[in-house]
Design a protein around this ligand. Structure first.
Ligand SMILES: NC(=O)c1ccc[n+]([C@@H]2O[C@H](COP(=O)([O-])OP(=O)(O)OC[C@H]3O[C@@H](n4cnc5c(N)ncnc54)[C@H](OP(=O)(O)O)[C@@H]3O)[C@@H](O)[C@H]2O)c1
Length: 340
């Protein structure tokens, strides 16, 4: 999607669109369907007609302002302090490019894409804009729009974190929260790199995570994964939180990596010091993705190394139900919102 002096006027695009809007922080019921102005692609941007998005834990956090301990003020400039800075939620999408801004290659028109908007959100709507050189890539050809939307949030996160560690074949990887959007992607991506994956989930999801490539399953309702022998793992991907650093660190081999997908402020502040003290990699950020990373994500899906896990599909009109379900904390993989 490279630059070109030509541009397309967004013909056939209505001036207003349907969107799921939240004007205040609160429970799922703060979200409502409204008619809002359709965004226009600025120079260098694509306008994408959205076919599918997901309601993720990020939507829950931005909607409810429920963030890990200590981060409330830190994230205020991004998500707002008194009311949401972003009225339209939705981080990820799969859709079709229907208009382009100045300087974007005209051949991008009609492309079927996946995209990650990140904290600017905006994907629970008919249309969204994204920089043409941003986190956008061709939709995997083997996936429907709904399936494609389901790989973006979890796949993006898992890939960013796993890219930071070299996984030798046979490496022992523990994924805590293995049945969530991030966990189902992390299990698959680690297994595809030859790791032997131990998945921590409840018993009802054991078959799911085994089918995704987990060699071992720890049912957290019956067993405590921190009772594993010292030094059992090369990498721990923690998508749940709440376990002390000392307990997690004791499970890692020398030079191992602790990937804190969820971390509170004290854990973030201590990460560098703990890493120096123990010699472990302690990462709460993950790497960046960019357009190349998104293209890799799509390629992994086309290669069958990252399969979508769709818990359920809801229509945009029923998005409050989707938020209610995500709030249970029990979803498996992704809750997809059908927009178009
Ligand atoms: N740092 C970043 O950039 C970044 C990006 C994305 C997400 N995150 C964070 O990562 C975390 C996970 O995100 P997600 O999208 O994967 O969440 P999710 O899809 O909402 O996770 C739901 C899953 O968590 C499982 N679960 C709940 N309690 C558990 C426990 N005690 N042990 C093991 N599994 C448990 C549930 O399985 P059961 O029903 O079997 O309990 C359910 O399948 C969130 O806290 C999110 O904020 C961070």
């Amino acid at each position: 999607m490279s630059a070109d002096p030509r541009s397309s006027k967004p013909t056939g695009v209505p001036p207003t669109m349907r969107a799921a809007v939240a004007d205040r922080f609160g429970p799922p019921e703060v979200v409502r369907i409204a008619e809002v102005p359709t965004p226009r692609p600025a120079a260098g941007e694509l306008l994408v007609r959205i076919h599918a998005s997901t309601v993720s834990i990020a939507d829950q956090r931005l909607r409810s302002r429920r963030v890990p301990r200590g981060l409330s003020l830190v994230v205020a400039p991004t998500i707002g302090l008194v009311r949401p800075r972003t009225r339209v939620l939705g981080m990820d999408a799969a859709g079709t490019v229907v208009a382009i801004g100045d300087g974007v290659e005209a051949s991008a028109l009609g492309d079927e894409v996946i995209l990650m908007r990140g904290t600017p959100m905006g994907c629970h709507a008919d249309y969204v804009t994204i920089p043409a050189d941003g986190e956008v890539a061709r939709k995997p050809r083997n996936l429907s729009f709904e399936e494609a939307a389901a790989i973006v949030f979890g796949g993006h996160t898992a890939l960013r974190f796993l890219d930071g560690v070299g996984l030798a074949p046979g490496a022992e990887v523990l994924v805590n929260g293995a049945s969530g959007a991030v966990g189902t992607a992390a299990v698959q991506l680690a297994a595809a790199r030859g790791a032997r994956v131990t998945a921590v989930t409840s018993g009802r999801n054991a078959d799911l995570v085994r089918a995704l490539g987990a060699a071992e399953v720890v049912d957290y309702t019956r067993e405590d994964f921190t009772a594993s022998p010292a030094g059992a793992y090369d990498v721990i991907v923690d998508g749940v939180g709440g376990t002390s650093f000392e307990r997690l660190a004791s499970l890692l081999r020398p030079g191992g990596a602790l990937l804190l997908v969820v971390a509170d402020l004290p854990a973030m502040l201590a990460a560098g010091r703990r890493s120096r003290r123990t010699g472990l990699v302690v990462d709460f950020r993950g790497g960046s993705m960019g357009a190349d990373g998104m293209a890799r994500l799509a390629a992994l899906a086309e290669a069958g190394e990252l399969r979508p896990v769709v818990d359920r599909v809801v229509d945009l009109d029923d998005i409050v139900d989707a938020h209610r379900y995500v709030d249970t904390g029990r979803k498996r993989g992704s809750v997809v919102v059908r927009v178009a």
